[in-house]
Design a protein around this ligand. Structure first.
Ligand code: C2E
Ligand code: CA
Ligand code: CA
Length: 580
């Protein structure tokens, strides 16, 4: 069954049998016809080698290599190849020689060797290219990671709107600057900046316009203080970190530069607006400083600048800060103080100037502070008014005064009325009428024995509601007095329409009565008294310290006096003893 030699265009029976044997042993990237053609070529090569003397084993190696190169590279593929060559090659090609079996065996071994070598080389190559690819992929991945990390880091440390460093980056830089080990004499400074009334820009032109203004501000600030870190803390608040300075002068220069930058005219939606800012400056030695404390100090100073009207810088002042902190701490302690019963009332007599009888007493609150001792109201009332704590505190005073006064008795007529100071917030609170009438009911104190003292400024510009509440109280019979009269607007005509029963003339007016000669104050006071009487108001003079003053006030026509001359504020016991 020999094929005609030399016919290479059509695969012979052996090549076809070989192709059949190996097809399906591994994935082959070629058609069956291509496979047969390939194997025909290899068959020819092997036949050629078997016929040639001496036997050239390299042909076997080459064929083995080519099989692997053609992806006939599985263990099965090799097995089938060996089998088909062994069984059929010599026979199918009709090869004859004495040592043909021996030649065939050696050639077959060479094919297997070539095959194994090629497979090993290919595996090594594959490993190498996998290694290379892995390396390249890893390098690329690392580069991408680094790039996205850098982007991420930037986003995490910069403000999205203005691209300025954000609070976090600023805090990191500040901490690094503070804790950097270096000569202890190094100084550091911060400028907290806040645009004044920035809300107006947002309100008038919208938030998007506001955002554009902030971006512009950020550029200007960065330009104004190129050498220093400018960060946006949020909203319209910025901070400048001066990591090395020689004194407050450096910081003032920075503050003036940024204030000037903000003050440049800004165009918002085609309108020119001029903005101003407030700057709080803190500058100090690094030694002993902490980032938190520096931030707090700068923030607090910024509020001083705002409080002073804005468009300015202020320098941190430790003493002022200390006082404010003490005030805040005191204010924060009011609720606990109320709970623990640390407040109590002293009473100061309001004495008739006509016959010297005790008409009433003013309740004056005191705080027996566990650490600070007895505190006068000037120490804490202002604070309580600012924070709103005056509502619970004043409520307690009112209740306590009604309770105590309800228990007073007198052997010589009706016991004195009690006069209680009411703060603005208390007057403006809805429910005042119910609160007072409830107290009167519970304590049994007759309404005419309660007087409420309200300052002039509380009454001025007051809405309708509080006036109605006071009128209801006046209708109940409660007395309403204007406290510290003369220190405010002093508008008697206006009083005509208010439910007021009396005036308490401020001590300043009474002070003038010390002079031996009649003073201008005395004439003013005299006409005030007659006007008040025309309006059916009683007049009580405060701060009466001498008998001379009392006498002149009586001569002028004042109804009552209050002051050291008549008695200092004291516990109720003091005057109650005189009534028995
Ligand atoms: P005020 O209502 O004008 O009370 C009179 C203040 O003048 C009292 O000071 C009193 O001790 C003081 N004073 C009395 N006589 C004389 C005098 O002859 N000469 C001088 N120089 N001063 C005299 P105090 O007790 O320290 O009270 C200060 C202020 O605290 C009060 O001024 C009042 O505005 C406020 N206050 C006191 N208790 C309360 C309260 O319960 N509620 C509210 N809202 N304010 C209160
Ligand atoms: Ca008063
Ligand atoms: Ca007063």
């Amino acid at each position: 069954m020999a094929e005609p030699p030399g016919d290479r265009s059509r695969p012979g029976a052996f090549a076809r049998a070989w192709a059949k044997a190996v097809s399906g042993t591994s994935y082959l990237p070629m058609t069956h016809a291509q496979l047969e053609a390939l194997l025909q070529r290899l068959t020819d090569e092997l036949a050629e080698a078997l016929r040639t003397e001496p036997l050239d084993l390299r042909a076997g190696y080459r064929v083995g290599g080519e099989l692997v190169a053609a992806h006939i590279a599985s263990a099965e593929g090799l097995g089938r190849t060996v089998e088909v060559l062994q069984l059929r090659l010599v026979r199918d090609l009709g090869l004859v020689a004495d040592d043909i079996d021996d030649r065939m065996a050696r050639l077959l071994a060479a094919v297997a060797t070539g095959y194994a070598r090629a497979l090993r080389d290919r595996t090594l190559d594959e490993q190498e290219s996998i290694r290379r690819a892995t390396l390249a992929a890893r390098t690329e991945a690392e580069r991408a990671l680094r790039a996205s990390e850098a982007r991420f880091r930037h986003q995490a440390t910069h403000d999205a709107l203005t691209d300025l460093p954000n609070r976090k980056l600023f805090a990191d830089r500040l901490a690094a600057a503070v804790y950097e080990p270096e000569p202890r004499a190094r100084r550091i400074g911060l400028c907290f900046l806040d645009v004044d009334r920035f809300k107006r820009v947002n309100d008038s032109y919208g938030h998007q316009a506001g955002d554009r203004v902030l971006v512009q501000m950020a550029h200007r600030l960065r330009r104004a203080v190129e050498d220093h870190l400018v960060a946006r803390l949020g909203g319209d608040a910025f901070v400048i970190l001066v990591e090395r300075c020689t004194g407050t002068g450096d910081l003032v220069a920075v503050a003036e530069a940024v204030l000037a930058a903000v003050a440049e005219p800004t165009i918002v939606d085609g309108h020119e607006v001029t903005l101003t800012a407030s700057v709080g400056i803190v500058e100090r030695q690094v030694a002993g400083a902490s980032p938190d404390e520096l931030m707090r100090a700068a923030d607090c100073t910024l509020h001083w600048a705002k409080g002073a009207g804005g468009a300015r810088w202020e320098l941190y002042d430790a003493e002022r800060d200390g006082q404010e902190l003490a005030r805040q701490a005191l204010s924060a302690a009011i609720p606990a103080g109320l709970e623990r019963g640390e407040f109590y009332l002293d009473y100061q007599p309001l004495t008739s100037l006509h016959d010297g009888t005790l008409l009433g007493v003013e309740a004056l609150v005191r705080w027996r502070h566990p650490q600070l001792g007895v505190l006068r109201p000037d120490r804490f009332i202002g604070l309580a008014e600012e924070t709103g704590l005056i509502v619970p505190l004043g409520g307690w005073v009112l209740a306590e005064a009604c309770r105590e006064a309800g228990s007073w008795t007198s052997a010589i007529g009706e016991p004195p009325f009690v006069s209680v100071n009411l703060a603005v917030r208390q007057v403006h609170r809805p429910g005042l009428v119910q609160e007072v009438s409830g107290l009167l009911r519970r304590t049994g104190l007759p309404p005419r024995r309660l007087q409420l003292e309200i300052t002039e400024s509380t009454m001025m510009n007051t809405a309708e509601e509080p006036v109605l509440a006071l009128r209801e109280l006046a209708d109940l019979g409660v007395r309403i007095a204007i406290d510290d009269f003369g220190t405010g607007y002093c508008n008697l005509a206006y009083l005509r329409d208010l439910p007021v029963t009396g005036l308490k003339v401020a001590g300043e007016f009474v002070r003038g009565l010390r002079a031996p000669e009649p003073h201008a104050d005395e004439r003013i006071l005299a006409s005030l008294v007659s006007l008040a009487h025309a309006l059916d108001l009683t007049v009580t003079a405060e701060g009466v310290e001498t008998g001379g003053q009392a006498e002149r006030l009586r001569a002028i026509g004042c109804d009552a006096g209050q002051g050291w001359h008549f008695g200092r504020p004291a516990p109720a016991e003091r005057f109650l003893a005189n009534l028995r």
